[in-house]
Design a protein around this ligand. Sequence first.
Ligand code: FAD
Length: 468
Amino acid sequence: ETTLLWLRRDLRLSDHPALSAACEGGPVIPVFIYDDLADDLGAAPKWRLGLGLKHFATSLKDKGSRLILRRGNALENLRALIRETGATRVYWTRQYDPGAVERDTDVKSALKQDGIDAKSFGGHLMFEPWSTQTKTGGYYKVFTPFWKTVKGREVEAPLPTPGTIPAPDSWPDSDRLEDWGLGAAMRRGADVVRPFVRLGEQAAQSRLGAFVGQIVDGYDASRDRPDQDGTSCLSENLALGEISPHQCWHAGLRAHEDGKDGAETFLKELIWREFAYHLMHHTPRIVSENWKPDWDAFPWNEDERKAEVLAWKQGRTGIRFVDAGMREMYVTGRMHNRARMIVASYLTKHLMCHWRIGQKWFEDCLIDWDPASNAMGWQWSSGSGPDATPYFRVFNPVTQREKFDPNRDYVDRWIAEGKSDPHEDALRYFEAIPKRWNMSASDSYPDPIVAADRGRKRALDAYENRDF
Ligand code: FAD
């Protein structure tokens, strides 16, 4: 019995339940379909997907297998492949964002009607989002009780890489990855971003090893310090499934048992990711609407062309911590969590812009873009989400800088203007940005577009005068 292994965001060989199950039955044909959902990805995630697919194809080749690429509607392509190969089974790893759920539900019922054994597997999450319930049978809206409920639960031990991936006698045709142009939308210098990418399963595993071996010990404090290499930086690999959360969890658990100080906090962060998925499953509107509908009445600016929005995107608000974060993202495709909170607070509070503007920009720029964590992070920051920071808690980007970047290493790493000998990363920013932004390292650093205290007052006044 031949199995089509329909790959999506699960580009790994180890701890891959769908792959392991497929290998038990007979020949396996791994396939990736470039459908509308993949086409809708932002520029950086799409480019990163292309890198991930290329790398994963090599891993499959090393195992005597192949990655078959097809473009277009998922169901039509799967049906065509079934006709071409005689496959009787289609296996995949579940995804949970509203678009994928709709697609996968349709594909599953259509294939079942065709008499195909269509089966979805877990693997992207440790706990299926519907498996955790409150005492009254509802879902969790607050993190801490969610954490308390799941933290003692057994997390399945990671599966080994299958010894062999049985190959079919003949392979179906495949598109060429280069022809898809997945990097085309990445107008900014992909060459600038590329050195910051941690690509593939092996690289992710060795980073996990280094993280739980050394870095995690001081993680309680270092995780808040954008000037330090103090976090796992595995979000990029988790986003594409180049590593599984189970693998991270068990490594963290061992570190915790070994008495490493920050290990429990790391486990907690992994549960924040699960919580984001739990929320997205139970309230899919979190990705597009104010989770608390009252916030529809708030006087957000929703005009993306506004000069203040552009300044925010371009990292020239004149607030160093904000600009450093935005530039870090533009150059590396990642942003430190502390900086994410600061730039999000600044956009939604000081600039009073709708969080969707920021969510969309992150979706375009982040190589670790994740539909659930991004939506939750933005709604948390703006005050419109579940378990959110209240709107009146306006981060002060100046005192935050003093506290979390005390020696200015982070802001100096990313801001070149006004420096006689700028950091090389600060200069990389100017290689990455489009010419039309008309910015140069030799410019003088701008004055704040909205000063921290004035923005704070404006936001708080609007909040006081809200009519909900
Ligand atoms: P570590 O500190 O090493 O944490 C380990 C893992 O735990 C992370 O890789 C991640 O999977 C998970 N995690 C940690 N913090 C969070 C969190 N707050 N929410 C959910 N999961 C978490 N994360 C994304 O992966 N993709 C996004 O698109 C994304 N957008 C965000 C937008 C905003 C406005 C905010 C405030 C946060 C966002 N986050 C997002 C969450 C967080 O910033 C990143 O997960 C984290 O910075 C990744 O770095 P790391 O892998 O070194 O994390």
